[in-house]
Design a protein around this ligand. Structure first.
Ligand SMILES: [Mn+2]
Length: 312
């Protein structure tokens, strides 16, 4: 559907329930919060579905929009790539969907507003709000800045484009509190997370002149740092920070005796090919597998396959 059709669908209804995705990130939460605020501003009743997985990092930003109702109203999903990504406990259907995942199959009854070129769903919601309400408040701009900046890793991921920066500049012009958001979202970590990273880095192993790096995260390290699942975002990116890295292997020991591996590569070694040998899969540059063996053993087995396929 077009932007105008999306805005017309929003105008035609009065009560809204806004869905974020399972294991919600800054994009889905910021997009949902901003849309909720704008709908209220134009006289509608709107709430966010009380997604039980919203973490303490994000909850304060959307506390005012979280309702108790888990069904009813006109249901709008934001940044939700498919029905399997619906938040825990939600058993209904979506009426409207706004998204930037190219693979979104169009599950919403009245239509899907999709722009797969955007780095974040927040940039699409920004256009929706401006067309619906004729501008952005400072609160909405801040929520959308949270959405945009988190989905592009504060402008360092490969999805970052000139348009991403232009949208961010526009949000800053509209009053987004970007200094405090940048500090809170990208420069602040729980004590446990930092302690866990310390343990991971002290035990990091490096091969191929620092081009191949292997991190192992054991249950003992989790216990020693006091880290919980909330502290474990994006651990698979840590080993790849080594200067000269081309391939990184990260293995986490699971409670059930198995180990879960993530492989990230620059494309010189096909991550899917490596993980397929262990029953896993994914993409050429990022794949994973879960294997019934201790973490250090899995790391060694993966390393030997990567070295076997290492480019001459
Ligand atoms: Mn997103």
């Amino acid at each position: 559907m077009t932007l105008n059709e999306c805005v017309e669908a929003l105008r035609a209804h009065d009560d809204f329930l806004i869905l974020t995705h399972t294991r919600p990130d800054g994009d889905t939460i910021g997009s949902a919060g901003a849309l909720c605020a704008a709908l209220r501003r134009v006289g509608k009743t709107a709430f966010l579905y009380p997604n039980p997985e919203i973490t303490e990092r994000y909850r304060p930003y959307v506390e005012a929009y979280l309702g108790d109702q888990t069904a009813g109203g006109y249901v709008v999903s934001v940044d939700v790539a498919g029905e399997e990504m619906f938040p825990k406990g939600f058993g209904g259907k979506a009426d409207l969907s706004v998204d930037h995942h190219p693979k979104n199959p169009g599950f919403a009854r009245d239509g899907l507003l999709l722009d797969g070129e955007k780095a974040s769903c927040g940039e699409i919601v920004m256009e929706v709000i401006e067309a619906l309400a004729g501008g952005l408040t400072e609160t909405e701009a801040s929520l959308l800045y949270m959405a945009l900046s988190t989905d592009c890793g504060c402008f360092v991921y490969g999805n970052t484009k000139a348009d991403t920066h232009r949208a961010a500049a526009h949000l800053i012009d509209c009053g987004a509190d970007y200094h405090s958001l940048n500090k809170a979202l990208f420069r602040s970590f729980s004590f446990s997370r930092l302690k866990l990273e310390g343990l991971i880095f002290s035990n990091l192993r490096s091969y191929q002149n620092n081009a191949l790096n292997v991190a192992v995260i054991t249950l003992e390290m989790m216990a020693e740092s006091g880290a919980t699942e909330d502290d474990c975002d994006d651990l698979a990116s840590l080993a790849g920070r080594v200067l000269g890295n081309r391939v990184s292997i990260t293995v986490r020991e699971l409670e059930n005796g198995k180990s879960k591996a993530s492989l990230r590569t620059d494309g010189s070694v096909d991550a899917t090919e490596v993980c397929a040998r262990f029953g896993g899969g994914g993409h050429k540059m990022a794949s994973g597998c879960t294997v019934d063996c201790p973490p250090h053993e899995l790391a060694e087995r993966l390393r030997s396959v990567v070295e076997e396929l290492w480019p001459a």
